[in-house]
Ligand binder design. Structure first.
Ligand code: FES
Length: 187
């Protein structure tokens, strides 16, 4: 009987920099955050916290109507009360969201955030969830304030966020979405 060979789980490529676990893109956004601050007359605001670390991210949006008659994010700013990754992910999500229709902005996920930053350390992926939760909550807040019907999946996401269960979902998905995917580095 042939001897069984052990199959190694695929591992993400590991890159390091002189900043240890953070790459140069993350450090750039941490040191020079884009769109940092508050919008005094924001159309909608989200304030979300991480049950893992207690950090917070506040996100402010202005919403306009584009030439096609669609609602879009005309301006967005953030305030981070968290780690370097929280600042960097808050910064990059403003760049990803600005100019997008609300519908398209709702499609921005934490993987998009991590990829736009050239990868995140695995132990910092929950920080990227803070930024996507804040964006989605700001859009939820806009819909509610303006009497717009909230799509069922956004309502469900909102319920998960206020219960703090998006983190649990992230932990479940992390294994398949991030850690086990070869050729994607989060360092
Ligand atoms: S450790 Fe709290 S958001 Fe990064």
């Amino acid at each position: 009987m042939p001897e069984k060979t052990k199959t190694e789980a695929p591992k993400a490529e590991v890159k390091t920099s002189r900043y240890g676990p953070y790459n140069e893109i993350i450090i750039d956004h941490f040191r020079n955050p884009r769109n940092q601050g508050e919008i005094a007359d924001a159309d909608a605001v989200a304030k979300v916290g991480s049950p893992i670390c207690g950090d917070e991210l506040h996100l402010y949006i202005k919403v306009g109507t584009n030439a096609a008659g669609q609602l879009y994010i005309s301006d967005v700013k953030f305030m981070s009360f968290g780690c370097a990754a929280a600042v960097a992910t808050g910064s990059i999500i403003t760049e990803l969201a600005k100019g997008k229709t609300l519908e398209d902005a709702l499609k921005i996920g934490r993987k998009d955030v991590a990829m736009a930053l050239g990868g995140l350390p695995v132990q910092k992926i929950h920080c990227s969830l803070l930024s996507t939760d804040a964006l989605h909550e700001a859009i939820y807040d806009y819909y509610k304030k303006h009497g717009i019907a909230v799509p069922a999946d956004l309502e469900q996401l909102h319920q998960n966020i206020i219960k703090g269960t998006t983190i649990a979902r992230m932990k479940q998905e992390q294994d398949v979405d991030y850690c086990a995917v070869p050729n994607i580095s989060f360092l």
